[in-house]
Design a protein around this ligand. Structure first.
Ligand SMILES: NC(=O)c1ccc[n+]([C@@H]2O[C@H](COP(=O)([O-])OP(=O)(O)OC[C@H]3O[C@@H](n4cnc5c(N)ncnc54)[C@H](O)[C@@H]3O)[C@@H](O)[C@H]2O)c1
Length: 270
């Protein structure tokens, strides 16, 4: 078994829950947090998360997979009840949707709301009492620049990410007295399976053309990459997972909705 020798900072003895940790940004965060010494619980609807857990265990880290649909409050409750101490919750699980207010059906709206808003509510609702028992904790909610910049054709998605920021500020205020910090992160476009799935579903046969078109809408002219490889000793993790790592440290301040790419907020992107 390989010894874990690399630490940007220590999450030793910390217990982290990462929703949607089986893919993309959540996977990158799970690998980084585990590398920093945290015990990682991945809650994901997709069994692919098992591979992430195996990878972490392979280099001597501690990780667990709980199959969970975050939209189901009872399921979330049952899982959280089995974890006696929780230091960090990363509410990352999310889904995308393309449509204007006119083309978005009621069904689409409810589906997006259930995962992106109710899913985060369910997790915070169950985790905060556990954090209160320890009188400390850190919550990171994955929002998006879509909440602030007015992206074309992203009505339901933008609505849910705006709600994430509202929930974050509310929870941050209510939990101040319990030493529980709550922040949101608003990435611009990041190249993950989330983006590939969207291109495949909406632009079949024109994926590459659309990928290049979307890249050009970014101020830097390209998607941000998320490295889902195991962070190696000395490597600098991508900004997308560096910011969650920084916020997870006990010294980070609270209640600041943050964009990983502030300049990106000037133009439509994610
Ligand atoms: N990729 C981007 O460009 C981008 C930009 C801004 C914000 N975000 C946000 O970052 C987060 C992660 O995005 P990503 O690009 O890594 O996506 P992804 O599709 O690669 O990963 C999302 C993960 O969430 C899981 N998931 C989906 N629905 C779930 C449910 N009901 N219960 C449990 N797990 C569920 C999926 O199985 C998957 O493992 C999302 O909240 C997304 O809105 C992404």
């Amino acid at each position: 078994m390989q010894k874990i020798e690399y630490r940007m900072f220590s999450l030793e003895n910390k217990v982290s829950i990462i929703t949607g940790g089986g893919s993309g940004i959540g996977k990158a965060i799970a690998l980084l947090f585990a590398r920093q010494g945290s015990v990682v619980y991945i809650l994901d609807i997709d069994d692919n998360a098992i591979d992430v857990v195996e990878e972490i265990k392979g280099w001597g880290g501690q990780a667990f997979f709980n199959k969970c649909n975050v939209t189901q409050q009872g399921d979330v409750k049952n899982i959280i009840e089995t974890i006696p101490v929780i230091d960090i919750l990363v509410n990352n699980a999310g889904i995308a949707h393309v449509g204007t207010i006119e083309s978005t059906t009621e069904e689409d709206l409810v589906r997006l709301f259930n995962v992106n808003v109710k899913g985060m509510y369910n997790c915070m609702h169950e985790v905060i009492p556990v954090m209160k028992r320890k009188n400390t904790g850190c919550i990171l909610n994955m929002a998006s620049v879509a909440a602030a910049v007015g992206l074309p054709d992203r009505f339901a998605y933008s609505m849910t990410k705006g709600a994430v920021i509202g929930m974050t500020i509310s929870v941050a205020k209510d939990c101040l007295g319990y030493n529980i910090r709550c922040n949101s992160i608003s990435p611009a476009r990041v190249h993950t399976p989330f983006v590939d799935g969207y291109l495949q579903k909406n632009f079949q046969g024109r994926e590459q053309e659309m990928f290049e078109k979307l890249s050009k809408t970014q101020p830097v002219g390209r998607f941000r990459k998320v490295s889902t490889s195991t962070p190696s000793p000395g490597a600098r993790p991508s900004c997308v997972r560096r910011l969650p790592a920084r916020l997870a440290r006990s010294t980070a301040s609270s209640a600041i909705p943050i964009s990983t790419s502030p300049s990106a907020a000037a133009r439509p992107s994610a």
